[in-house]
Ligand binder design. Sequence first.
Ligand code: SF4
Length: 169
Amino acid sequence: MIKFWKKRAENSIATRHLKFDKDLEEIKKELKSKIGKKFAGSLAIRMVSSGSCNACEAECNALLNPYYDLERLGIHFVASPRHADAMLLSGVVGVNMYHHILDAYHQMPQPAYIITLGDCPLLEGTFEKSVAIKGAKSLDLPIFHHIAGCPPEPKEIIEGLLTFLKHLP
Ligand code: SF4
């Protein structure tokens, strides 16, 4: 126990030693400017988990911490698809979620964009032939952008969102 507290006192708070990521700051600056131009400064995202392991969601939670602080750039995660400009879809699209995803999408104001998050939605592997899994392709909805990774790190998600904004008409 003494060892633990000694280490705490020596190292102080871990986040104090985070290095300033210049690259990330540049990406954030560009993201904020694009959100300003394309969404009048406020991009609302509805996260839909369709049978994920929750690691993708955990990485998204990190986006709202004081280090990444996406709300400061104008990105908001909203509870209702009716308030959302884009859907962030994670997970394998299980049979039980299939109709809920379609339902959520059709409640979104148009144009609504679907961004798939993590490798699961486009799964082509072990579980692909399972009767419990349908996969995002089966939704027959326009998937505008994909953010790859298992799970993608917060910085990769931010970069992915910037690429999504760059591809918007
Ligand atoms: S892509 Fe990986 S981390 Fe994300 S939900 Fe699927 S298994 Fe989990």
